[in-house]
Every structure is written in structure tokens, then in C-alpha cells.
Design a protein around this ligand. Sequence first.
Ligand code: UGA
Length: 432
Amino acid sequence: MGSRGSNVNVLVIGTGYVGTTTGLVLCEKGHIVTGLDIDDKKVEALSAGRLHFYEKGLPELLKKHLTEKNISFTTDVKTAIEQNDLIFICVGTPKNEDGSANLNAVYSVAKMIGTYMNKYKVVINKSTVPVGTASKVTTVIEAENGKVPFDVVSNPEFLREGSAVYDALHPDRVVIGSSSKKALEMMRQLYAAENSPFIETTPSAAELIKYASNSFLALKISFINQLARLCDNMQVDIDEISKGIGLDHRIGPHFLKAGIGYGGSCFPKDVSALITIAKAEGMDLSILEEVKAINQSQPFYFLEKVEKVIGGLDNKSIAVLGLAFKPGTDDTRESPSLVILDELTSKGCSVKVHDPIVTLSNPYVKQCKDVLDAVAGVDAVLLITDWEEYLKLDWEKVKSTVKQPYVFDGRNVLNKQELVKFGFNYEGIGKP
Ligand code: UGA
């Protein structure tokens, strides 16, 4: 794990998935962290070593740093702010109805910081925020307390759910947006144990780098998904195309896996937010409109295929394997699984679902604890999340329990040859 550098006291405001991971990884780098949240239940649970969300590797880090007293959690806003000079804002920026980012939580934290600012502080924005937010946060803090000097820095996060600990420990780059020498010096000290490239830039550029990164990755996925539809028509294997283009180092192999589309709390939100940011500048980022449209239609493309192959959906019994928007997380926000469940139930299917960790509160579907119960007697099996458990499934056994031998692989991860050998009719996306 990370090397322990010189101790710096850090406050992380917001103990959600980004805040808690950031705090614990800062502990790994040798710092002493306070996690502040207004939700006393979260603080109580974290202080007792319990996480309120699932993230691989994080429970172990939490226990370790609680035991070593490198991290503590509190609801005491005043003391936490007064005692720390480096303050991370890690609160949520959900999507407004018009697609823009909702910054209420960020501004209310900024207000809190301004109220209790007793000496020079660096306020670091890790939440994903529109260009110009650093200066708005500055204005909010100043309005509360104009006398004490401070700087606001943008330091976006690039970690993925499911591999957040690894990503936060081994970032491809650390982006620091600041125009203050003093703040930059403190940030360099904070990240002294980091071996990754540093990008020091303006706060606005740092904010835009975050949106541009997520949007570009989303663009790669929508590109390959639309190409997969062409592959379906032309009887060409999309995975061969991904491999063939991905070996060109200018393109790269990542985020070229075709499937039912991206979900989660980041790509859909950030693509919409960047479109809105451009609109506010009087510009049209039409390329991202298309990325979004392709992604929204991908689950429907998948379901049309199911409908066509099994001869309609009405009165069919379907097993949906996987609810999380990707493996390694219990997050179902914007998960394609939700669209798929809605469509299947509204078209008259009886649906059984299984997920290794997600429990759904949907009265129209039957949730099974065992995968084999979910697939028993169904007309089709739909793989929606590429959990390892499904890749290792005894498909011969599955074959013996289903009513009809149809498998639809929404992530192109199953072994077609093996499934065909067991007597299944296999359909992927862009897989001849
Ligand atoms: C994403 C980014 O990858 C992180 O760098 C960023 O920090 C994070 O958003 C954020 O802004 O907080 P995350 O949403 O956790 O991370 O998940 P990803 O691993 O990027 O996957 C997003 C979606 O794309 C998933 O539904 C996944 O199944 C899908 N995907 C990914 C594909 O369909 N094909 C691919 O080739 C890759």
C-alpha cells in the first residue's frame, strides 16, 4: 500500500463514497483525517467501522485506520473546521431536471467553512462541479467571513466505483487547479508520497478536465455500442473490432467493451452537465447529445433483440441477472437494469431477478437469492451486470432448469462456444 509521508491534518466534508475513499487513502499516504458529515447515523456507523455503502477493499482500510487512530468521524462542524487547514469538499452534485449539476450541498458546505474560518485554509473541491464553481465557492466563503485569508483549489477525482481504493492509491494523474502559490505548496506537500504525474493548472481547467474525461470515456462506449449494432447487421464480431482498434496506442484498449450502455452516478450526470455548460456558453456540444442518445437507446436495442428472437415478450418468463450498474458495487443509479425491468414488466413478462449484493424494492419482480432459482423455468436469461459469479456459473446446470434455452448477454462476457455446446441459443451485442 501507499508509503507514509509527513503527517498533515486533513478534513474531509461528506462521508459518501468519494469522501470516505479519499479520507482513507489520505490515511494510507500518511495523513491524519477527520471525516465530517451532518448525518449522525453515518458518522456513528463509520466510527464503529461500518460502511453505509459497498466498495471493495474499503471496510478493511476503515478498520485499519480506525484502529491506528489515523481517521475519526464527527458531526461537530465548528471544531472540525477550526482544527484543520486543508479541507476537502466531497459532497454530492446530483443532476437537476434540466441536466445541470445541483450545487446546493457544495454551497452550503462553503457557507459552513466561511462561518468557522479562524485562520488561513485551503478549501479543496473534489466534488464534480461546473467550470467557475471554485470562484463561486470563494464568493460564498468571503460573504460569511471576509477577513481571514483562504484559497479554493479544484482537485477532481477520477476513481471508479468497484475499484475506488486501487484508483485512489494509483491515480493516472493528480490534477490541481489553483492560482495561489501558497495553496499549491500545501497541495504538493499533501501529495508528496504520490508517484503519479501532477497537472497544475487553473481551477476552471481542472473542473473542465473532470467533465471532459468522463464525457470522453462515455463517448468511447457509445461509439463502440453503435458500431456493435452495425456489426450485428454485418455478421462481424465487435470484440474483434475493439481489439483491433484498441491495440493502436493512440486509441487504447479501454472503454471499448460493447454492451447495454453505461450507467452509474457519473457518466449520465456528467455528460448532461457538460452539454448544459456548453449551452450556457451559447455552444452546442452535439457530439455529446449523440453519445447520450445512443446510450439511452441501447437497452431498448437489446430488448428488441430479445423480443424478436423469443417471439414477443407478452406472458414470457424472464430471468434478469445483475442489477448494479457494474460489478463490484451495490449502486443501481441510472443502471440499464432498471430500464430493462420497467420495459419487461410493462410488456407483460413475469420477471425474476438476481444480484449478488443488490436488493431491489420492486413489487413487480421476484428477487431470488440463488441464481438457479432465478433461471428455473424461464423463457430467456438476460445477463445485465458482468458479475464474476455469472461468468463462473454452471451453465450446463442452468440449461437443465430453464424452460427455453435462450441466453442474451448484455455485456458480451459469456463464452458463446460453451453455451452453444450446452444447447443454448446465445445472443450478444454485435456478436455473430
Ligand atoms: C467513472 C469514471 O470511470 C471515473 O474515472 C470517475 O472518477 C467516476 O466516473 C466519477 O466521476 O466519479 P464509474 O462511474 O464508477 O467511474 O464507473 P466506470 O467503470 O467508468 O463504468 C461506467 C459505466 O460504463 C458502467 O455501467 C460500465 O458497465 C460501463 N462500461 C464501461 C461499458 O459499458 N463499457 C466499457 O468498456 C467500460
